[in-house]
Design a binder for this molecule. Structure first.
Ligand SMILES: CC(C)(COP(=O)(O)OP(=O)(O)OC[C@H]1O[C@@H](n2cnc3c(N)ncnc32)[C@H](O)[C@@H]1OP(=O)(O)O)[C@@H](O)C(=O)NCCC(=O)NCCS
Length: 178
């Protein structure tokens, strides 16, 4: 069974450094200074991040991670989603993302946003995210990327909740068989 629960930067860091951002030149911090829509805000490095992990309880191995933190403009950034290739296609990233979306909602943020990779854009679109910038391929190490956002408290958000997360607990354990 694969179970989702909260975790911390120390547990997520090796997955980010060895898989999601393997070979990354810039340092990997618990948060990131990129602003929604472009530019930098160093104050974002002081934001309070949340981390979630998906663990296969047979091996106790972490097979998926995600993080999120509140940003300027009353947004909530979704960052660093990664699922081990062997465990992909089971809905694990959907459930990890649901934790971040729900956190953004309960914290009263207006929208959840991310800096998406081109090859992952479809994943976010299925969750109701829309592209909000042109493709960016300078000053990014894993581009092209674009900004994408999902407005919370909107009709679209309600549809996303019903379609993807209907009748599922956001706070309880969720499990997947592999
Ligand atoms: C993107 C990623 C996190 C998806 O993980 P996953 O656990 O396989 O995703 P899920 O099983 O929850 O898929 C959810 C839905 O998105 C779709 N999907 C998954 N990856 C997709 C992709 N790259 N493009 C388009 N659709 C995708 C699935 O088909 C599924 O659709 P459905 O709800 O209609 O059935 C995983 O492929 C990954 O770790 N990729 C490498 C890291 C990465 O690129 N991270 C994002 C950086 S912006």
């Amino acid at each position: 069974m694969v179970r989702i629960s909260s975790t911390n930067f120390d547990e997520v860091y090796p997955i980010w450094a060895n898989h999601l951002w393997k070979g990354r030149k810039s340092g990997i911090e618990p948060t990131n200074p990129i602003r929604f829509g472009g530019g930098y805000d160093k104050k974002l490095l002081l934001a309070d991040p949340f981390f979630f992990k998906a663990v296969d309880d047979r091996s106790q191995r972490i097979v998926g991670v995600i993080s999120g933190f509140a940003t300027h403009d009353n947004g909530f950034r979704l960052r660093g989603v990664y699922v081990d290739p062997y465990y992909r296609g089971l809905g694990i990233a959907n459930k990890l993302t649901a934790r971040i979306i729900k956190l953004g909602e309960v914290m009263g943020r207006d929208f959840v946003w991310t800096l998406a990779r081109q090859e992952t854009m479809g994943f976010y679109q299925r969750l109701g995210f829309e592209q909000t910038s042109n493709w960016i391929n300078h000053e990014v190490e894993f581009g092209p990327n674009c900004f994408m956002s999902l407005p919370l408290h909107s009709e679209r958000f309600e549809l996303v909740l019903q379609y993807h997360f209907w009748n599922q607990s956001f706070s309880g354990n969720q499990s997947f068989e592999r």
